[in-house]
Design a protein around this ligand. Structure first.
Ligand code: FES
Length: 489
């Protein structure tokens, strides 16, 4: 029986991104129907998982062992397993499905053997060549089904195992999909996967993460869903930050579709670490409180201020991390005599544990919705900060077919060049072009030339660029593709 999988599940099974699978579908290398792929088609497109042949040579027990060890084990071990209780609930749900299937099979079997007996009786009473032909066909067919060893579909088996350790969630109306692994709440899993649900406190107090369960089974992890009224509970509403998924689930939830959907927030975060990236750049790592997270989109900025100071030591910075990084906020702060917040940071006035005021987010250099087109990110100097957040988001969402990063800076100014190289080394569809062309107006020509040489077609890509104002203005004059967005640093 054909088993159909969503792209999220197929991506999980093959270890590829959804964007890479979508490209295979577009190139005709992977058959799909209505957005779904069959396990057979996956087997044909990825024959390197040559399990079928191996499995046929072994007994039932060895089959499972081989799957676990050779094809699936590594992927399972790499994932965070859910608690025993959750595992038991998921296995129970699958057991119910299996029992239902068995009941159906038993009924079909009864029906077929009934027809067989009836045909035999009729033929005894009055032999008829056509009836006799049907009876022979039925006998042969039944003998073949009962006697044959149907080849094992390795992807279907792996899918069964994955369903026990992770559940799939579909958000409506966007149809955005993500998987809930380990003991993550629905909200944590959504953010890790680059989704943008509405939320606030993250711990069951504000009610902003309310969602309606359309189908599937969820379970409450903490006893704090009092923001919901009795009527809302009756309608199947739950809080995404205190519930997890037991089975595959469809939820109706509010999502941010653009930067305008995110309200301005003010909170006090704590300095987790301050670390030099080079002589003139510090990485400021802040952590928001458990009960008051900053809701933002990758590519946005925030205003930071020294908490408790009578002088206004505040400045605007790009957020260099993505919302998928839970409560962590990263900023690349450069040495700047005109920036009193940066000055204090470089003087060592802010230490781990100190409080920092955070206000934001602002800016619209974001990627709205799932973008399947090639993504091109251009950073000049410290414009790498928002670009780093955007790339992390794109990797978490996994929907684009390829990513190109061009980073231009003065020689020695690529303060996180290793990060760019690491992405390129780890990901098949990631290209990193490093230019020593500076970060001013003249660098725009070098960037355009590098894009052309790399065969990047701006009009067929989604472009985001960040850098000093002179650079972004010069680039805007040279690139005419629609919907390019810029972030001035
Ligand atoms: S109740 Fe506040 S985010 Fe869930």
């Amino acid at each position: 029986m054909t088993r159909w999988l969503t792209l999220s599940r197929a991506a999980q099974l093959t270890g590829m991104s959804r964007g890479a699978l979508q490209k295979k579908i577009r190139d005709g290398e992977l058959a799909s129907f209505d957005g779904l792929v069959s396990t057979e088609a996956l087997g044909r497109a990825f024959p390197d998982v040559e399990l079928e042949q191996q499995l046929e040579e072994t007994g039932a027990f060895e089959r499972i062992e081989r799957i676990k060890l050779e094809a699936f084990g590594r992927r399972v071990r790499e994932r965070v397993l859910p608690s025993q209780e959750m595992l038991a609930q998921r296995l129970f749900a699958q057991g119910q499905e299996l029992a239902e299937l068995r009941r159906h099979l038993a009924r079909y079997h009864q029906l077929v053997t009934g027809v067989q007996e009836r045909l035999a009786t009729l033929l005894l009473q009055a032999p008829h060549p056509a009836l006799s032909q049907v009876a022979t066909q039925l006998d042969a067919g039944l003998a073949e089904v009962l006697g044959s060893q149907t080849p094992v579909d390795p992807y279907a088996l792996m899918d069964d195992m994955l369903r026990a350790i992770s559940a799939r969630v579909t958000l409506r109306p966007s149809n955005r999909e993500f998987l809930v692994e380990g003991n993550d709440t629905l909200l944590e899993a959504a953010l890790k996967a680059g989704a943008t649900p509405s939320y606030g406190c993250g711990n069951g107090n504000c009610g902003l993460c309310k969602a309606r369960v359309v189908s599937g089974e969820v379970r409450r992890l903490r006893p704090s869903d009092y923001p919901l009224s009795e009527a809302e509970r009756q309608q199947g509403c739950v809080l995404m930050c205190v519930h997890t998924a037991v089975t595959d689930v469809v939820l109706e939830a509010l999502e941010a579709r653009s930067a305008a959907d995110i309200p301005e927030q003010s909170l006090v975060a704590t300095v987790k670490a301050v670390r030099p990236l080079d002589a003139d750049t510090l990485l400021l790592h802040l952590q928001t409180p458990r009960s008051n997270r900053l809701r933002f989109l990758a590519g946005q900025g925030a205003t930071l201020g020294v908490a408790g100071s009578s002088t206004d030591f505040s400045a605007d910075y790009a957020i260099a991390s993505c919302p998928c990084d839970e409560r962590n906020l990263h900023f690349h702060v450069r040495r700047d005599a005109d920036d009193s917040f940066a000055e204090r940071l470089f003087l060592g006035a802010l230490k781990p544990g100190d409080a920092v005021n955070v206000r934001g987010p602002w800016g619209d250099c974001v990627i709205e919705e799932d973008d399947e087109r090639p993504l091109v990110f251009i950073a000049a100097g410290h414009g790498f900060a928002p670009v780093a957040g955007l790339i992390e988001h794109a990797l978490a969402a996994g929907t684009s077919e390829s990513i190109t990063l061009v980073w231009t800076a003065p020689p020695g100014g690529h303060y996180l060049a290793n990060q760019g190289r690491a992405w390129a080394a780890a990901l098949d569809d990631f290209r990193y072009l490093q230019l020593d062309a500076g970060a001013d107006e003249a660098a725009a020509d070098a960037v355009v030339a590098a894009l052309a040489e790399a065969g990047v077609a701006p009009e067929r890509s989604t472009l985001r660029a960040a850098g000093p104002a002179a650079f972004t203005a010069a680039l805007a004059q040279r690139l005419t593709a629609p919907d390019i967005r810029y972030f001035e640093v």
